[in-house]
Write a protein of this length. Structure first.
Length: 307
């Protein structure tokens, strides 16, 4: 090991959609080959080089950036590639901390000046980001309108999202229904929409956005373009933006990202932010985990465990 090296034993690492996209070669950031999969996870420091000052054996660490390769048992990383996180938070929370909750927090904070009582609408509300949005929004005093696809276990899913703090849960079909007009007489139209789907789903979010509101796209699960009608752009002056956490990191200092991580850790400690619903799978059964995460209507994130 070199003087700035840190030997890490990986403890747990999730499988995110962006991990699959990276393997498929259609993500915005691709590592040099050969490469190890996994952009997120938590590990424990086992040993440090002589020049390492910010970490010590026993510390928990997460990747500072994507592309580190977390689906492995052990690795040696440079100190600057790691961020220390408190070891008194749940393992699943630490393993899923660096991507989805960060994305949720930044989207809620960076695009509209929202105040307590304001509404936010989102699709893919049962995704990892969606679950984080519900909880962080509740902690900020914001009301969430959550859209999900119709499914056999809809009632169970709806209750689970409401237990996280979701105020309203609708299916895609319900959102298109005429009864939404009366709903928005009682609930203020959302000034912020968060889109992870694209296609017709994103068009419906735009239709219910308040005049001058912003829709932020951070994913495209439907693999269909975002279509905004001319009338919405002219007469409601809605704004279309995009968000990618890797790009946000390029525009901000490492200290700002560490501050974001600590803010989220505090929410976890206060019981205001929990990990998404997870299924733990031993690393040697990775094929089973990959297959499970590709199935439709999966609300449980696959987490590879190395402990």
């Amino acid at each position: 090991m070199g003087g700035s090296d840190v030997r890490v034993k990986m403890l747990a690492a999730p499988i995110n959609p962006s991990d699959i996209n990276m393997i498929q070669g259609n993500y915005g950031l691709l590592p040099e080959l050969p490469a190890v999969g996994g952009n997120e996870g938590v590990g424990r420091v086992e040993a440090v080089g002589s020049d390492v000052t910010g970490l010590k054996p026993g510390d928990w660490v997460i990747p500072a950036n994507a592309g580190l390769g977390t689906w492995r048992t052990e690795a040696v990383f440079r100190e600057e590639a790691l961020i220390r996180v408190p070891s008194d938070i749940p393992l699943q929370s630490a393993a899923t901390l660096g991507v989805n909750p960060c994305t949720a927090y930044r989207m809620l904070k960076d695009f509209e000046q929202l105040r307590p009582g304001d509404s936010v609408i989102q699709n893919a509300s049962n995704s990892g980001v969606g679950q984080a949005v519900i909880q962080i929004a509740a902690a900020l005093g914001l009301r969430t309108i959550n859209v999900v696809r119709d499914r056999p276990d809809l009632q169970k899913l709806t209750q689970r999202l409401k237990n996280l703090g979701a105020e309203h849960v609708f299916t895609e079909e319900e959102l298109r229904g005429p009864e939404m007009k009366s709903f928005f007489k009682d609930v203020p139209p959302p000034r912020l929409a968060l889109n992870c789907v694209g296609g017709k789903s994103s068009t419906e979010l735009l239709r219910h956005l308040a005049p001058g509101g912003t829709m932020v796209t951070y994913g495209g699960m439907a693999k269909q373009p975002v279509i905004a009608s001319v009338s919405l752009l002219i007469f409601k002056d809605v704004r279309l933006r995009g968000f990618w956490l890797s790009q946000w990191k390029k525009n901000h200092s490492p200290d700002e990202f560490k501050e974001l991580i600590l803010t989220l850790c505090e929410l976890i400690r206060q019981g205001q932010l929990s990990a998404p619903a997870c299924s733990e799978v031993p690393l040697q059964d990775f094929a089973q985990a990959l297959e499970a995460c590709m199935k439709p209507f999966v609300s449980s994130k696959q987490i590879l465990t190395m402990c």
